[in-house]
Design a protein around this ligand. Structure first.
Ligand code: AMP
Ligand code: GLY
Length: 425
């Protein structure tokens, strides 16, 4: 069948790579795709991923048997509903179910209603009431815009003054527009973070190997927050015992709860977790695959991704065997000079072929083609992934790939997977 992939980042390149290996894939299309994805797919330009009518028209024209949605915005915008209504199978939650990511207030309601462990929190629609609250309560806090803010709507504050400033930035200055009409003010949770992604058809849940992102720009988890500077899987912080608890205490009650809400959840559910002294607690839900987690989780999937996704759409996950390789994957992000601040684009990238020849996988996150050459086109440019028998070997393979690649101003973290390596000592 023909497959349509929506999105253009490193996550979508990893999806395209895996989808293209399926025996069910005749032709892969991507909107808008990127130069890396173009190796496996026909990239379609001129169609906005937030225009549901245009996506449905494209899917009909290309005789699409399965559409796969990468980013959150089209999900929250109801693209799965629109495709389904037009008789086209689409992997991902409906608009109502995607509210688990689209509204942090709604996610908190679900967690409270179904007793899913998470940080204590209060919701405010009025900044002056929020000010009173943060002045009364014990610091520190995580202050979150309710709506989508491209991963930037969370501010961690240590003092009441900082908290007031954060509330004003979100609610008065509207740094993220209407996303800040309401804020969630949460107690700060101590612990190590991990991501658990799961396939679900609304009934059956299959967790993928746990992974860990690296949000800060510098080694040792210092410096500014980024979209993610690298990841690895499996993350040993999620022991088999914790994995069982995540399934029983978080994933199952969430999927059961969404059914009771009348918003059955299908697709990939991403649980961002804090492993606290009391056990795993939810930091956030995402309604999609994680970026950069996908780039290390999908290389470990042995099964046919199209079969798994169709099983999710058709409610047949219980009958589907999903196999994972007994290996590890590590991804190092190569970023533009200056990122996550201002950076220049259009720098010539060299060495991608050599990196691939050295055994690494290279997923494009922010690249473009200019006069036949590959150039930088975003803050995060490439994900260089090593897959090997264990984390240390995968780290070596990823960095061997990184060393082959160069562009003006390139920077990357040298300590990806450090927490895993420390645990393995
Ligand atoms: P989110 O977009 O909700 O994942 O938040 C972004 C980041 O802020 C998370 O990955 C955590 O590192 C941090 N964070 C969010 N909420 C909390 C919390 N309640 N306690 C501690 N850290 C948090
Ligand atoms: N890795 C964080 C996210 O995908 O939201």
């Amino acid at each position: 069948m023909n497959i349509l992939l929506i999105g253009s980042g490193g996550r979508e390149h990893a999806l395209a790579w895996k989808l293209s290996q399926s025996k069910h894939t005749d032709k892969l299309y991507a909107v808008p795709g990127n130069p890396g994805i173009a190796k496996f797919a026909e990239c379609v330009s001129g169609v906005s991923i937030e225009d549901n009518d245009a996506i449905v028209a494209l899917a009909k024209e290309k005789n699409i048997g399965l559409a796969v949605v990468g980013p959150e915005a089209p999900l929250v915008n109801g693209v799965v509903d629109a495709l389904t209504a037009a008789g086209i199978k689409a992997f991902g939650p409906t608009k109502d179910a995607a509210e688990l990511e689209g509204s942090k207030v709604y996610a908190k309601v679900v967690m409270r209603r179904y007793k899913i462990p998470t940080a204590r929190s209060e919701v405010f629609g009025d900044p002056s009431r929020a000010h009173v609250y943060v002045r009364q309560m014990r610091q520190p806090f995580a202050i979150k815009a309710d709506g989508l803010a491209a991963g930037k709507g969370v501010i961690l504050t240590k003092t009441a003054d900082e908290a007031v400033e954060a509330i004003d930035l979100l609610m008065k200055e509207k740094a993220f527009g209407d996303a800040g009409n309401r804020v969630v003010i949460e107690e700060f949770m101590e612990g190590e973070e991990a991501s658990v992604l799961a396939f679900t058809d609304g009934e059956t849940i299959v967790a993928m190997p746990a992974s860990q992102d690296h949000k800060r720009v510098n080694d040792g988890d210092e410096g500014l927050n980024t979209g993610g500077m690298g990841a690895y899987a499996p993350a040993p912080v999620i022991t088999p015992e914790l994995s069982e608890r995540v399934m029983e205490e978080i994933l199952k009650p969430t999927i059961e709860g969404m059914k009771k809400e009348g918003r059955p959840y299908k697709g990939c559910l991403y649980a961002g977790l804090m492993i606290t002294a009391k056990g795993p607690k939810v930091v956030e839900f995402n309604a999609r695959f994680g970026d950069p987690e996908t780039q290390v989780v999908l290389p470990l999937l042995k099964s046919d991704l199209v079969e798994v996704m169709l099983a999710c759409v058709d409610g047949k996950l219980a009958e589907t065997e999903i196999e994972w390789a007994d290996e590890a994957a590590v991804s190092v992000v190569m970023a533009s000079g200056g990122y996550p601040g201002d950076y220049e684009k259009g720098k010539k990238i060299e060495g991608v072929d050599e990196a691939e020849k050295s055994g690494a996988l290279v997923f494009h996150a922010g690249t473009a083609e200019k006069d036949g050459a590959l150039v930088t086109a975003g803050g995060r440019v490439l994900n260089v992934v090593g897959v090997a028998k264990d984390i240390p070997a995968a780290v070596q393979k990823a960095y061997a790939g990184v060393e082959k690649i160069s562009f003006d101003g390139a920077h990357y973290r040298k300590d990806i997977a450090h927490r895993a390596l420390e645990r393995l000592k």
